[in-house]
Write a protein that binds this ligand. Structure first.
Ligand code: N01
Length: 541
């Protein structure tokens, strides 16, 4: 029988949850951990679609908290595929004996703050209620899958899949006519692999996306060694960097370079692969004149790769700056459209009207299909939190408080919700950075805070409203110094009907943000209010 009174409830056993379990256990806190999936791994547990791969280099997309771990684990490729990252999550869970802390296949349905006790009452779908001093949402930023409500979907007689909730068993597409709806990172990774498996693949594209070649390859012993020998220093550089990843960011303005210089810089980075092209100039994401040159370079590459000029033009992203929707990284994506069994449908020109028993109809024609793959994304950053009935002080619902957009202090906490922490919450760099670096920073900050409170007999911590308002303004102001708000992206909530158009992550950079968080602590947790345990006791008497 597990303890129904504990120090901390952790929601989620992905990369955030796993590291939280490790740290909190070492520090001697009692825990309950709930995970809706059947095992550890979070994003990498759910996103098992063919072609799923990380676009942060393997040597950088891994935990830094254990020297032994980072020395002993060997990655087989420059950019790891989903099965290997999931193996890594499982290895970490076993190595640090974390799995036994987790209750799998269990969804947290509600978390209500009990003001008198200064504790959270957490309810699960198994009908259990737990009382915890702290509740930590390690729920991930991109986990609430969205399947569009297309008329007729329920009557489709073929199979349907979502990239974000892919079956555990292999799916056999041989001899099948399949559709992919959506051309974000997931679609762009899955399409080349699905095209090889299926008899025929039709891609339904609403918005063309910029994508850069990964140039993935086998990990060389030499490259792995160059990181392992210098991990202490390189990890520190990652932590202080803008993106939480080292990738040759230039300090030069694109306006100071000639067209020839720019093109040769872009060529070199295109050849190198990954997202590095976006780091060609320091003003790439703040000046449309510079950004336009990179966008046109990529469009020209697409025109050179795709043989049918009409198809190439449809695939060439236009109307928003490159990088302002999450940049995609692919392996043979544009080349796939040169295959005879692949067809591209521009659903802005000929919208999907309905799904039928045998396929899908656009305004132009009907497509007979055996399977539909939705690569249609997520209600990012807030969706998963809103799926939990979170109520803070005086029954304040998080969903109501955030009706006009998420409001947090540092992306770590929200006023009215004492002792509830978010790992990589909205208002923190999170999805704009190497997630593992940001996860480790948040877990360290939160667990240090819990120790600070325990050492001083403090019952609750909550941001004050002025600090939160200032932070929300700052996040917004910084976002608007960049080109990012020019795109209808999920960063802006633009993929979800009715969601407020607010730039949700903090774009000030991982290193700068870390410094702010450290200064807040150094200044006595500036902007946070604490309540001593004796005040709660006195109030109860
Ligand atoms: O989702 P998305 P994703 N009818 O929202 C289209 C991370 N990730 O799963 O652009 C038709 O980006 C939608 O069209 P539009 C990464 O952070 C990382 O691909 O809204 N189409 C878009 O094309 C990424 O950004 C990795 O017009 C509809 C697509 O579906 C995030 O996860 C790999 C539609 C959704 O794209 C999400 O990526 C994979 C509709 N009703 C994911 N609704 C790596 O590390 C939506 N679309 C490499």
């Amino acid at each position: 029988m597990r303890n129904q009174n504990c120090d901390v409830v952790i929601v989620g056993a992905g990369f955030s949850g796993l590291y939280l379990i490790h740290r909190l256990r070492v520090l001697g806190f009692s825990l309950r951990v709930f995970e809706r999936g059947g095992d550890v791994g979070g994003t990498w547990y759910w996103n098992r679609y063919p072609g799923a791969r990380c676009d942060v280099e393997s040597m950088q997309y891994s935990y830094s908290f254990s020297e032994e771990l980072q020395q002993e684990w060997n990655w087989s490729e420059r950019f790891s595929a989903q099965p290997e990252i999931l193996d890594y999550a499982n290895h970490v869970a076993d190595r640090f004996d974390l799995r036994r802390a987790v209750e799998f296949n269990t969804t947290v349905t509600a978390a209500h703050f009990d003001e008198a006790a200064g504790r959270w009452t957490v309810t699960t779908d198994k009908g259990e209620t737990i009382s915890a001093r702290h509740c930590i949402m390690a729920t991930g930023c991109i986990s609430d899958v969205q399947t569009p409500d297309i008329e007729g979907l329920a009557a489709f007689e073929g199979a349907t899949y979502h990239t974000g909730n892919w079956p555990h068993e292999a799916v056999d597409f041989a001899g099948k006519r399949i559709a992919v709806i959506g051309t974000g990172s997931s679609g762009i990774q899955a399409i080349p692999v699905l095209a090889e498996q299926a008899e025929h693949l039709t891609v339904f594209q609403r918005t063309a996306n910029y994508s850069l070649p990964a140039r993935n390859g086998a990990m060389t012993e030499e490259y792995a060694r160059s990181w392992k020998d210098d991990y202490a220093q390189l990890r520190e550089q990652q932590r202080q960097s803008h993106k939480g990843a080292l990738g040759e960011a230039s300090n030069v303005s694109g306006l100071d370079a000639s067209e020839t210089e720019r093109n040769s810089a872009y060529e070199a980075r295109w050849a190198k692969g990954g997202t590095t092209l976006l780091g060609s100039y320091k003003d790439m994401m703040v000046d449309n004149r510079v950004n336009d040159t990179a966008a046109e370079f990529v469009r020209d590459k697409i025109r050179a790769i795709v043989r049918d000029p009409g198809v190439a033009e449809k695939l060439a992203a236009k109307g928003y700056p490159i990088g302002t929707k999450r940049i995609c990284v692919d392996s043979g994506y544009f080349e796939t459209y040169n295959r005879d069994n692949v067809e591209l449908v521009d659903i802005k020109a000929t919208p999907i009207q309905r799904i039928t028993a045998n396929g899908l109809s656009t305004s132009a024609r009907e497509y007979e299909l055996d399977a539909i793959v939705f690569a249609t994304g997520f209600d990012a950053m807030t969706g998963t939190l809103f799926n939990i009935d979170i109520q803070g002080r005086a029954g304040t619902r998080l969903k109501d408080k955030w009706e006009a957009g998420p409001r947090t202090y540092l992306g770590l906490m929200s006023e009215q919700f004492p002792n509830m922490f978010m790992i990589t919450g909205p208002g923190s760099p999170s999805v704009l950075t190497n997630m593992i670096v940001s996860i480790e920073q948040h877990v360290d900050w939160v667990t240090d805070c819990l120790v600070h409170m325990r050492d001083r007999n403090l019952a609750t911590i909550c941001p004050d409203l002025a600090a939160e308002d200032d932070w929300v303004d700052h996040v917004n102001v910084v976002a608007h110094t960049t080109l990012f708000p020019q795109a209808a992206s999920w960063y802006m909530g633009a993929n979800i009907a009715g969601k407020p158009r607010i730039f949700m992550p903090y774009i000030g950079g991982a290193g700068a943000y870390r410094k702010i968080c450290d200064e807040v602590v150094a200044e006595g947790y500036k902007g946070f209010d604490f309540q001593p345990i004796q005040d709660l006791v006195a109030a109860a008497e």
